[in-house]
Design a protein around this ligand. Structure first.
Ligand SMILES: [Zn+2]
Length: 260
């Protein structure tokens, strides 16, 4: 269950993680979080395809939107747009070797590892700040609800005064429309304050930071656990580049290297 074991050999040369083996690779709490995330992701896919390989359902064709499927050609593993695979007239996007996809991930991973302190930590700080403001916002929401209730009460009193003949109809309409305007403004404020927050984003950024705090070595081979944990999808754009979408709304663009 720890990622420094030998990765599954799928025909490539043996790959090993470089890690100190005297310390736990993943802290227990983050390990549990990772497992949970992997489980959730698995469930999201439903029954459409059995989640066999790390790249299954994660590679997407920019041209037709379909996911890629695995193909073995001359003992090499490729991934191909399933639309193209079904009928090449429907989508021109050809197969791509698994190696290229792995390499692109490794490059992005290493970039993030080298820069996460500059990128992720300031992001985490601002998200924390936002969360705090949201909490203050919550107190403000309660206050606004109270203010709206009071304005409605005033409007009710005003209507009573009109019925009893204490104020003129003209005065009633003038004051009531003022109250209605105030209520509308308060409701607008409420809408602004209750907009959905960035809690998920903060959680994902924090998980990434914790991951890199526990994994300070550059990848030299494909890391299945890291891939499953952090990659949402890879979009293949015109046989030219990959767009690697990671958790925390991170996106990396990697050129598709020439065939070795
Ligand atoms: Zn396609």
């Amino acid at each position: 269950m720890f990622p420094f074991k030998k990765t599954q050999n799928r025909g490539q040369a043996d790959q090993y993680y470089i890690s100190d083996h005297h310390e736990p690779i993943i802290q227990p709490d983050i390990f549990a979080q990772v497992q949970e995330l992997i489980k959730q992701r698995g469930e999201e896919f439903g029954n459409t395809e059995f989640h066999t390989y790390p790249l299954s359902l994660k590679i997407q064709c920019e041209n037709c939107g379909k996911t890629y499927r695995r193909r073995e050609i001359n003992l090499r593993i490729y991934w191909v747009c399933r639309q193209h695979d079904f009928d090449s007239r429907r989508c021109p996007c050809k197969e791509i070797s698994e190696e290229k996809l792995y390499d692109a991930f490794i490059r992005s991973y290493n970039k993030l590892l080298l820069n996460y302190k500059e990128i992720l930590i300031p992001l985490q700080t601002s998200l924390h700040k936002l969360k705090l403001e949201k909490f203050t916002g919550h107190i403000r929401i309660i206050a606004i609800h109270k203010e709206i209730a009071q304005l409605r009460e005033q409007s009710h009193v005003l209507a009573n005064l009109l019925t009893k003949g204490f104020i003129s109809e003209e005065k009633y309409h003038e004051q009531n429309s003022e109250l209605t305007q105030k209520i509308k403004r308060k409701q607008k404020d409420l809408k602004m304050l209750t907009k959905s927050g960035d809690d998920d984003l903060l959680e994902q950024i924090t998980m990434l930071i914790e991951w890199f705090e526990g994994h300070d070595k550059m990848l030299i081979g494909f890391d299945e656990k890291a891939f499953e944990f952090m990659v949402d999808k890879i979009i293949v754009i015109k046989q030219e580049k990959f767009e690697i979408h990671m958790i925390g709304s991170l996106k990396f663009t990697e050129p598709i290297a020439d065939e070795k």
